[in-house]
Design a protein around this ligand. Structure first.
Ligand SMILES: O=C(O)C(=O)C[C@]1(C(=O)O)C=C[C@@H](O)C=C1
Length: 334
């Protein structure tokens, strides 16, 4: 039982997909205060700085357009900072980050084309304008590419432009404010969720407009490693997912395979691999990569965790385990 109100940070304002992920994650808890951050970096920074915040929910990847690079790079930067500041220890290659991943969440993405004003003929009303400016979060463009192309083909006389906002829900705010300040030949639209349209009293022109039905975004739930907060989702019925990042001895042939082979030796099944470029400092050379892998563990594997970690230390240059958390059953939904 939690005695205090849980404080949960998400990319705001209310009505973002991150907000939906946070609501899904903590729906079983009655006393939760949801706090809106203004950017993904703030979701990390505030959690680290403000010890009154218990959890933070951040997007990690989308089933249509892949990595949310903002989040990957914020994790990467934290590992690199630790590499630079860590002093020699018994296991010098192992880095322990200040934040930890405790859960994952999946939100089904149904994008809507949203207007601040009522359009009497729906989408056909666009023909009455000279210019249309569409606002959204940068991650969204790659999820609606086909739809925006067909819109431009349908209205060849119209000038379309795109403008990035800090989140989808913020883009609804933005188009409402811009429409009020704009001439009546320009229409300001947003791409966001139905919830965002409802919360801002805006009008849905068309939906769903994402190119792929079943489009889903995966979120991570973070906490400070030291935090004593005892809300935990230990679901041992599900396989446990381990998120690990590492750098390799890049000039040694086979150095990546050597790390991955450790999983094979310990009978561990890898379920994802990604990479991001990194520089240890400004003089560091280009084209170095930090790898993100996820692998499953359960009650029986690995037989010897300490041995696994020793083997990873021996084969990688630096590595860190961000967390071990249950596979969310929404992972399997289409
Ligand atoms: O802007 C939002 O609504 C968010 O929660 C962020 C975010 C993301 O960064 O991936 C989440 C889901 C959608 O794919 C688009 C944007």
């Amino acid at each position: 039982m939690n005695e205090k109100t849980l404080k949960v940070l998400f990319l705001g304002p209310k009505g973002t997909y991150s907000h939906q992920a946070a609501l899904q994650q903590f729906q079983c808890i009655s006393d939760v205060e949801y706090l809106a951050a203004t950017s993904i970096p703030q979701c990390f920074n505030e959690l680290e700085k403000d010890t009154s915040i218990d959890y933070s929910v951040v997007p990690l990847e989308n089933s249509t357009n892949g990595q949310v690079v903002f989040s990957y790079d914020l994790l990467r930067n934290r590992m690199i900072q630790k590499v630079l500041s860590s002093t020699a220890s018994a296991d010098a290659n192992r880095i322990t980050p200040d934040i930890e991943v405790i859960a994952e969440q999946y939100v089904s993405i149904t994008h809507c084309l949203i207007s601040p004003i009522e359009l009497p003929n729906g989408i056909e009303s666009l023909g009455e304008f000279k210019e249309v400016i569409i606002y959204s979060h940068p991650q969204v463009w790659g999820q609606v590419e086909g739809y925006l192309k067909s819109l431009a083909e349908k209205f060849p006389q119209l000038t379309f432009s795109r403008s990035d906002c800090s989140s989808t829900s913020e883009s609804v705010n933005h188009c409402m404010r811009s429409q009020t300040a704009s001439c009546n030949k320009i229409l300001h639209l947003a791409i966001a969720s139905e919830m965002a349209a409802r919360l801002h009293n805006a009008y849905i022109v068309e939906h769903p407009i994402n190119d792929k039905l079943g489009n889903t975004t995966r979120f991570l739930v973070l906490k400070r490693r030291e935090s004593a907060c005892n809300y935990e989702l230990k679901d041992y019925q599900q396989p446990q997912v381990n998120l690990l990042t590492f750098t390799t001895r890049q000039d040694d042939p086979g150095s990546l395979v050597d790390v991955l082979n450790v999983l094979k030796i310990h009978s561990l099944n890898m379920c994802s691999i990604n990479s991001r470029p990194f520089h240890l400092n400004e003089n560091d050379r280009n084209w170095r990569y930090l790898f993100f892998i996820e692998y499953y563990t359960d009650r029986n594997t690995p037989e010897n965790k300490e041995r696994l970690y020793r083997d990873i230390s021996a084969k990688s240059k630096q590595w860190c385990l961000w967390g071990t958390f249950p596979r969310n059953e929404r992972y399997y939904h289409k």
